[in-house]
Write a protein that binds this ligand. Sequence first.
Ligand code: IVH
Length: 694
Amino acid sequence: MNQEEAKKRIDELSKELKQHNYNYYILSQPVISDLKFDEMLKELEKLEKEYPQFILPDSPTQQVGGDITKNFIQVKHKYPMLSLGNTYSEEEIREFDARIQKAIGSDYEYVCELKFDGLAISLTYENGRLIRAVTRGDGVMGDDVTANVKTIKSIPQKLNPGNYPAQFEIRGEIFMHKKTFERLNKQLRNTLIEQGVDEDKIEERLYKNPRNFASGSLKLQDSKEVAKRSLDAFLYFVYSDEPVAETHYESLKHAALWGFQVSDHFKLCKNLNEVMAFIKKYEQEREHLSYEIDGVVIKINNYNQQEDLGFTAKTPRWAISYKYKAETAITRLNQVSYQVGRTGAITPVANLKPVLLAGTTVKRASLYNADEMERLDLHEHDTVFVEKGGEIIPKIVGVDISKRDLFAKKIEYIKNCPECGSALIRKEGEVIHYCPNDSHCAPQLIGKIEHFISRKAMNIEGLGGETVAGLFNKGLIRSYADLYDLKPEQLIGLEFEIGTDIDGKRKKRSLQEKSVENIIKGLEASKAIPFERVLFALGIRMIGETVAKKLARKFGSIQLLMEASKDQIGDIYEIGDKIAEQLILFFSDAENRQIVHRLEQSGLQMQVVNDPDEIRSDKLVGKTFLVSGTFSMSRDELKKTIENNGGRNVGSISKSLDYLIAGDKMGPEKLKKALELNINMISEADFFKLLTNN
Ligand code: IVH
């Protein structure tokens, strides 16, 4: 490598590592594994040693990754919060041990502890009471998250009577139990589905692992929300100006007596063999723990020896961590299948010979998209490495090519939809393939109906996903418009399959009178749901709740929205061309128009109902209005709304008029005059926007 290349690589690595630090600490959404991060960091360290002239002043090697966010008060740590050197092999541990021996001789002991996979916290106690909790931040300054930490039950706010110093700090790790993570992530998934978030975006928005969820939770602004996240904590290091004990081991025992939750899994080790035995033991046992660990921490036990060994710029010389590799298993690929989501997004899935991994049996792994399959170069019946790292769904990390049959065929990504046979499309610059047949492809149709009935949309109580799929498969519904034609006598006693139970037996459900009554009642009640939610319920791509609200306010009715041009829609603040395109596409389909028409016939709300008495404020104080033309409400009602909100109605156009609310059939004379005087002309929808905007 020449100088120029070295500089280029140093710049590149520094930039990438900075981004990864940001992803990890600030966004709590890392995109690469710790191992990969450490490899890059080591490469950078090596290059910087060789070419110190190119070290950037803010190089990631000179800094501890930071988690400071702007929402909390920042506090300086009394004792800097350092990180630990990472090792991945027995050999590196031996090197660490050799350095210790060289520095302090051979009379020392280690304490081995678990390396909890959470986020570091520093707690300050004064006279036995918790007074402050601060995150690691950049190691020097951290965020004051005391209010949030006080919601964690295992962190004592008042200590048991004991011989603790009047003032001390204790450090530990805040984490989320695996079970809690699964429960909360499932909840989050349901909420996102209800909000109509696209399937391919849901995976991105879920937390990747308990650590990210814990870290995201601790940074919430509302402590009541934090309390719902059931966080937990282990404490592992006491800092105090007055000595608490001579050794780390003793101080851990003391801390437990004072009321802190100290893990039971720590051990005094006299030599490296004992250290290695501890590491091996927990490599096996980690899957049975209720929380995640990512390695083992090895610390010199005696405080005086710790002091003698001291620190490097970033890490103590008396401690190191051994990191476990992400858990992997080897198994065989049976087949690749393809799932079709509500929006037509295709997800390839690897069906595997069942294998035990991190405590659960893995039968399937996500292959994400065509690019990922290409990267793996998957062939039929390949032997694959499956990893359960940060991801929720296990992932295939590689293929054992040596086990590949000589004549095995390469797996080609499908060209047609597995459900309806349509040719798949992949838009330029996107990684996902779509089935474009959104009006006939079964999973897309079922998905759309499920979205339509969901809580944030039409909120049809009594109807759930399984019933919808059942009704669809029986041929009773093909679109959400069909729901409103259902008759009780068609439904009572109807039997359909609702998946399989654990033993693979098909489960059945038959609709009883009471459920049918609830379905019909729910459908009836949904006719009062306001237009903006009906619009959201239609499930038009890119039309989420907020966009639907804006469109409803702007156009006032489905009729006007359907007649609007791409420019009229795209010009709306924060809407833009892409959304406009999707709307035009949806409404240009005759079948969609027919469905909307049928919904209207069934009595659903297809226009904004402005209740003039509903809105009262002082938002229009000092403003004058002239109302001209016809509106969705009477002119008197509109004038009353103006007055209810502090505005003044005037009878004619003058230069001092603030707004002319222009309705249909406004007189040409008025229009001419308004244009001459450059009067601000607004529509009825614009007017209601004035009232509802902050
Ligand atoms: S001791 C100066 N003990 O690992 C040493 N750290 O990479 C202070 N961690 O920031 C850390 N379990 O967040 C220590 N038993 C344990 C730990 C532990 C997890 C975390 C901690 C620290 C990071 C260092």
